[in-house]
Design a protein around this ligand. Structure first.
Ligand code: NAD
Length: 431
């Protein structure tokens, strides 16, 4: 199926992105929103194709002395609502369509959160676990050099995503600052606090996920200390979700990552697991739990299922086996539209990605504001403001979902798309 097939409006052109199932999924969602909201088709067709995409060769010298060329991407979905904003991902499967879809989701996410940004995303197709620190640094600096013509604090601001972290952002900040001749912390967010990073940014996405989960639990009358959770991914997002749920008394009974999955029906000791992983060991080898097959993880009965790893892990093939009360999407795009249709007939409370994981970009916004003003907040201020904005967005989406009697995902996407569509309509078409 292409983005221009049955689910797309007549006249929507085929594009270079269509071969990606993730991009087709993002378009299907957009067209679904257009149908419900009656959005102007001219604006929908502009929103279905990213404004600007850069595909670049990123050659670096490896530690061995050989030269290896990687492929990098940066896609700016829109620049309508302010500088574009979005993560940089290092993963083997990264391709243009995936990055385009993620950039589109970023536009809806910042729209839902009412932040003065547009959506973007970037990536390099590589396996960061197989690169040395020196190779990662050279890769990041060369990527920054290649992407330089289209980034800037008022143009496009990157942040960490899968496979990248504070150190990656520090290298980008340094490379950009060297090029322009002065220190420019506002070129990236998610950087070390010492370089103008925001306290609490690293934990923000996971914290935001848990604020949403607690709100949903309140509505469903569920008690944290009588609830269980299964979490996929134990990176930036997943590990913080585990810690925040654990602190609130939720029993984490299973965790999986790309190397394997573990289960302990009595509850996994999260502080012990965090220390274990920090010492360089892998989740799958943790002695306080038993190994399970990866395909069992998402089917384990639990109160909260939190996919916090990657996209399209819940599909029509396994959605029927998902057995939870709350599906909290820490990852971007973990549930396919086919799986969504299966959930529509279940009593699973879905907290969709564009709302659930918006805590990261929200605190990125706080970081950008602080860098521009050179005036810094403390962690209590950051967390209180994050909680306030997350709950406000959650309640808006929930109210819209009830008012229109539509699923939470459709409600969230509708609010996000609507905001961008309205801004496009007001600005008009250039020239
Ligand atoms: P990360 O690199 O820190 O962690 C990724 C985790 O996913 C790791 O534990 C990895 O082992 C696991 N994983 C990778 N492939 C897997 C597979 N095939 N099966 C099971 N587990 C797998 O990345 P992150 O920053 O935690 O991002 C995770 C997700 O959250 C991504 O979808 C990302 O786009 C999304 N997200 C991240 C942020 C952020 O602030 N970092 C913000 C919003 C959304």
């Amino acid at each position: 199926m292409s983005a221009s097939s049955s689910s797309s409006p007549a006249g929507h052109p085929s594009t270079i992105f269509d071969s990606s199932p993730t991009y087709r999924m993002a378009c299907e969602q957009l067209f679904g929103v257009a149908e419900i909201m009656g959005t102007d088709p001219d604006i929908i067709s502009r929103l279905a194709i990213p404004k600007r995409s850069l595909v670049m060769a990123v050659p670096i010298r490896m530690d061995s002395g050989d030269v290896r060329t990687f492929v990098g991407y940066r896609v700016q979905h829109s620049l309508t609502s302010g500088a574009s904003k979005g993560g940089l991902r290092y993963a083997p499967h990264v391709d243009l369509g995936e990055v385009a879809a993620l950039s589109m989701w970023m536009s809806w996410k910042v729209g839902i959160m009412n932040l003065p940004f547009s959506g973007a995303k970037g990536g390099i197709a590589c396996d960061p676990t197989k690169l040395s620190r020196g190779e990662l640094e050279r890769l990041t600096r060369r990527y920054t050099e290649e992407v330089l013509p289209i980034i800037g604090p008022r143009i496009d601001v990157m942040a960490p995503d899968m496979g990248t972290d504070e150190q990656t952002m520090a290298w980008i900040m340094d490379t950009y600052s060297m090029k322009i001749g002065y220190a420019c912390p506002e070129i990236v967010t998610g950087k070390p606090v010492e370089l103008g990073g925001c306290v609490g940014r690293r934990e923000a996405t996971g914290r935001g996920v848990v604020y949403c989960i607690m709100e949903a639990m309140g509505e469903l009358g569920l008690q944290p200390d009588q609830s269980t959770a299964v979490v996929q991914g134990f990176g930036n997002v997943g590990s913080v979700v585990c810690q925040e749920l654990y602190q609130r008394g939720v029993k984490i009974i299973a965790i999986g990552d790309r190397f394997g999955s573990i289960k302990n029906a009595k509850g996994i000791d999260i502080p012990d697991l965090v220390k274990y992983v920090a010492s360089g060991k892998q989740v799958k080898d943790f002695p306080g739990a038993d190994r399970i097959e990866d395909n069992e993880l998402l089917a384990i009965p639990c109160t909260i299922l939190a996919p916090c790893a990657m996209e399209r892990v819940i599909t029509k093939d396994n959605a029927g086996k998902v057995n939870c009360r709350i599906l909290a999407e820490g990852a971007n795009g973990p549930t396919t539209p086919e799986a969504d249709r299966i959930f529509a007939n279940s009593d699973i409370f879905v907290i969709p990605d564009v709302l659930c994981n918006a805590g990261g970009v929200t605190v990125s916004y706080f970081e950008w504001v602080q860098d521009l003003q050179q005036y810094f907040w403390d962690e209590d201020q950051v967390n209180a403001k994050l909680r306030e904005l997350m709950l406000k967005a959650f309640r808006r989406v929930r109210a819209f979902s009830k008012e229109r009697n539509i699923p939470m995902r459709l409600a969230a996407l509708s609010l996000g798309v609507n905001k961008v569509a309205l801004e496009k309509a007001k600005r008009g078409l250039f020239p």
